[in-house]
Ligand binder design. Structure first.
Ligand code: DGL
Length: 283
């Protein structure tokens, strides 16, 4: 199985922020990425729907792409479906993402920490358990950001880029404004956890609202390291040589607009358009 690809999926382009980190950590590996953009956003669709999508995508990646591991590069899908995926595929190394509260505690000086994510993630049992286990170590200000993942998803369609950038900035200003004061003085939030993989692509806009001193915490790097550990433990790490052509190393698929995925993959991963493909519409 060492030659098989690692599967990665998200409701859309957000998981590309995780794929970036995976590519840096595991340059010898092949990846197949499924952008479920035709069904985005997951965060406002409910657990049952997200579970069904996650199972259908996992099954397809296993049967048609023979993946050796699966990274659920979506906080919402991890919260709703990782336990179902583990039960269904007990032998497949599975890696999920969750809002990085513990790393944020280690970084924060004021111990007042903001958390943004989708409604699905932040209202999940899994997140509430995590929050409860850390409640005595910091104050958390939790803010669901309805519409933000969708606005980021749509911003990859070139025609509406300026309008979308304005919309993303307005949403961020509104939501962070509701959370209270950000800054490094006592009582201020000096750290913000990005609890949705899409939000990483809005970091520049966030910086404009929060200033340079607030630390933004995402999950790409710890997830990549965990993926490496699991592959090592199951003796499935590919040792090389690294595939030369990007299109040989990466296969990205979408059931949304191909042009939007191509634009996002070029912008954030420097991948050529030839790495992107239309996904099987029956999945
Ligand atoms: N990128 C996803 C996450 O990390 C989901 C965004 C959405 O589709 O609502 O939660």
């Amino acid at each position: 199985m060492t030659e098989s690809p690692i599967g990665v999926f998200d409701s859309g382009i957000g998981g590309l922020s995780v794929l970036q980190a995976l590519q840096a950590e595991l340059p010898h590996e092949h990846f197949v990425y499924w952008a479920d953009s035709g069904h985005a956003p997951y965060g406002e669709k409910g657990d049952l729907f997200v579970r069904q999508r996650s199972l259908a995508i996992a099954q397809h990646l296993i049967e048609h792409h023979h993946i050796k591991a699966l990274v659920v590069a979506c906080n919402t899908a991890t919260a709703a479906a990782i336990h179902v995926l583990r039960a269904q595929y007990p032998h497949l190394p599975l890696i999920g993402v969750e809002p990085a509260l513990k790393p944020a505690i280690a970084l924060s000086q004021t111990k007042r920490i903001g958390v943004i994510g989708t409604k699905g993630t932040l209202s999940s049992e899994k997140f509430h358990r995590l929050l409860a286990s850390l409640q005595d170590q910091a104050d958390f200000v939790v803010q669901p950001c309805k519409g933000l993942a969708l606005a980021i998803e749509q911003s990859t369609h070139a025609q509406s880029a300026t309008h979308d950038a304005d919309q993303i900035s307005a949403l961020l200003g509104d939501y962070t404004g509701q959370m209270g004061r950000f800054g490094t003085a006592p009582g201020e939030m000096d750290t913000l956890v990005l609890g949705c993989t899409h939000y990483v692509f809005a970091e520049n806009a966030l910086r404009r609202w929060l200033g340079p001193d607030v630390q933004l915490v995402s999950t790409g790097e710890p997830v990549s390291r965990q993926t490496r550990r699991l592959l090592e433990a199951s003796a499935q790490l590919r040792s090389g040589p690294a595939p030369h052509a990007a299109s040989a190393r990466m296969r990205l698929m979408t059931n949304g607009e191909l042009g939007a995925l191509q634009a996002a993959a070029l912008r954030w991963l420097k991948l050529p358009h030839s790495a992107c493909h239309k996904a099987d519409p029956h999945v």
